[in-house]
Design a protein around this ligand. Structure first.
Ligand code: 13P
Length: 287
């Protein structure tokens, strides 16, 4: 059964580790992540962007696939199905379809409007017993065609949004989606510390987990980050493994063209990537 991300993230925040949000794209992605979570006895959050949900046919298809997979694969670790960077309408639709966790990303609105809409979302998610992630200060890079500047969130605004009663808060601290550029300045730890002090016991979320070095991850966790989002890195690992398979001509040997064979190296690469992140984030054996 899908669960709200609230308990797993409160435990992580108190225990000074983080739970990974791994974005899914299809059945292989989902199965690889769920099996790895079970093998490592780790809680896990499956992230679904609006674009990925659309790609997979819609929110109901995603909920159907994931809930059935939990049963068929005997997954017993806590699993949350989370809408990533949801719009207002997307959040309503995902909730209706049975997602157990929602991100309402109002960071592109003026703060008053972000607060007004997030307040409504607090009420709606509370009625359904599901967790809510809000965002202040946009995360840089591109996500589903939306390009953010990677600003540093305003501490006072973070405090205001945390006090609305959101489960978790994503705050821009110089992190960006996708690969980090050569001249990236690193995470803004002073800002993170201020935000963590201002937001009480609300766990914080680190977006753009791809390519953040281990020492920065550890420091971010020590400063209140309890959820780390990883998307691009798994895509790159899947791509590299698939490329190797084809470049080695394995798709031309015997039944190497069978999708179950063609996608197998990528599947294993996702499993290895997720395991590595779970170890780095400290969520192994925390189910
Ligand atoms: P990356 O693609 O940089 O790992 O970011 C993922 C993310 O933050 C999803 O919200």
């Amino acid at each position: 059964m899908l669960v709200s991300a609230k308990d797993m993230l409160q435990k992580a925040y108190e225990g000074k580790y983080a739970v990974g949000q791994f974005n899914i794209n299809n059945l292989e992605w989902t199965k690889a992540i769920l099996l790895t979570a079970q093998e490592n006895n780790s809680p896990v959050i499956l992230g679904v962007s609006e674009g990925a949900a659309k790609y997979m046919s819609g929110y109901k298809t995603v909920v159907g696939m994931v809930t059935a997979m939990l049963e068929d694969l005997n997954i017993t670790v806590p699993v949350a199905l989370h809408l990533d960077h949801g719009s207002y309408q997307g959040a309503l639709d995902a909730m209706e379809a049975g997602f157990s966790s929602i991100m309402f990303d109002g960071s592109h609105y003026p703060i008053e409007e972000n607060i007004a809409k997030t307040t409504e979302m607090v009420k709606l998610t509370a009625e359904k017993g599901i967790s809510l992630e809000a965002e202040v200060g946009s995360i840089g890079g591109e996500e589903d065609g939306v390009v953010g500047k990677g600003e540093i969130a305003d501490t006072e605004e973070c405090k205001q949004v945390a006090e609305l009663g959101v489960t978790i808060l994503a705050a821009g601290i110089g992190n960006i989606h996708g690969k980090y550029p050569e001249n990236w300045q690193g995470l803004a730890f002073d800002a993170l510390e201020d935000i963590n002090n201002a937001t009480g016991d609300t766990p914080l979320v680190l977006h753009g987990g791809t390519g953040i070095p281990g020492d920065m991850i550890a420091r971010a966790i020590s400063l209140g980050v309890a959820k780390i989002n990883v998307n691009t890195e798994l895509q790159l690992e899947f791509q590299e493994a698939t490329r190797k398979y084809i470049e080695a001509g394995k798709d031309l040997e015997g039944k190497g063209f069978d999708p179950r064979k063609l996608l197998a190296p990528g599947f294993e690469a996702i499993k290895a990537g997720v395991k590595e992140k779970m170890e780095l984030f400290g969520s192994v054996n925390k189910a």
